[in-house]
Ligand binder design. Sequence first.
Ligand SMILES: NC(=O)c1ccc[n+]([C@@H]2O[C@H](COP(=O)([O-])OP(=O)(O)OC[C@H]3O[C@@H](n4cnc5c(N)ncnc54)[C@H](OP(=O)(O)O)[C@@H]3O)[C@@H](O)[C@H]2O)c1
Length: 275
Amino acid sequence: MSSIPTTLVLGGTGKTGRRIVDRLTARRVPVRVGSRSGAPRFDWSDRATWSAVLTDVDAVYLSYAPDLAVPGAIDDIRAFTDLAVSTGVQRLVLLSGRGEDEAQSCEKLVQDAGVDWTIIRASWFNQNFSENYLLEPVLAGEVILPAAEVAEPFVDADDIADVAVAALTEAGHTGQVYEVTGPRLLTFADAVAEIAAATGRPIRFAPTSAADYATALTDHGVPTDAVTLLTYLFTTVLDGRNAHLADGVQRALGRPPRDFTDYCRDVAATGGWTA
Ligand SMILES: NC(=O)c1ccc[n+]([C@@H]2O[C@H](COP(=O)([O-])OP(=O)(O)OC[C@H]3O[C@@H](n4cnc5c(N)ncnc54)[C@H](OP(=O)(O)O)[C@@H]3O)[C@@H](O)[C@H]2O)c1
């Protein structure tokens, strides 16, 4: 271990990761981005790239791509945590998802790795509407999803980043499972209506079946693996099992989570939904 311990942020260019990198950098914590565009390059699907990013690393924000539910994720998390611990990592902070059996198996691997751990078990991110696959339909004025009734307590990526930075840099978060949600349950129709109100533009929400959704994604050129994952997320993870609030943000940070309305106001004000 060198004299400059470094924090590795996997998915460090993504929705939570880049916010964590910014926060750690502002605190002058030495940080390394782990992603396919990082230097050195890190690729979950190429284990030859794993050792180099772990050089001098003592803490890891472990965000898996594309999702802990995909085939192979559990093997990857097992192999990566084994390698990380063998190279001197002392703290692991795992970004996990609610209501996914595979994600909970990955949590167990991290909990059993023999080093300090914190689990951040998150609901769906607000930023899926502004930085991910729901941005395009929002800009097009029509969001069609197989999620007619279900309510989800969307959580803000800034809250997740704050929790992660606390867990990576402060005492008192070891051995904690922080189930992080926003402060309110919203249906997708509610969320789209809030975005429309914030932007001042009409945006329609339309429910569809899972089969028609999968067909539409395929016709739109979405790769088969991504279609399978999205269909799984909308039919299994969004079957109502997660339609309840949790107190992880309050417990970790001593403050309430950010409301969806505040997120909408800020994205609209900064041009995030300007076509
Ligand atoms: N989005 C949600 O609502 C949500 C909710 C709960 C949990 N999660 C969990 O959060 C994690 C991240 O998902 P996200 O949707 O938020 O994505 P994201 O972090 O916004 O983007 C994916 C990140 O991973 C990197 N990446 C992609 N493929 C990679 C690969 N093969 N090897 C290494 N790095 C790769 C990307 O950078 P490069 O392109 O530069 O490689 C990017 O930094 C997932 O495990 C997901 O299950 C997400």
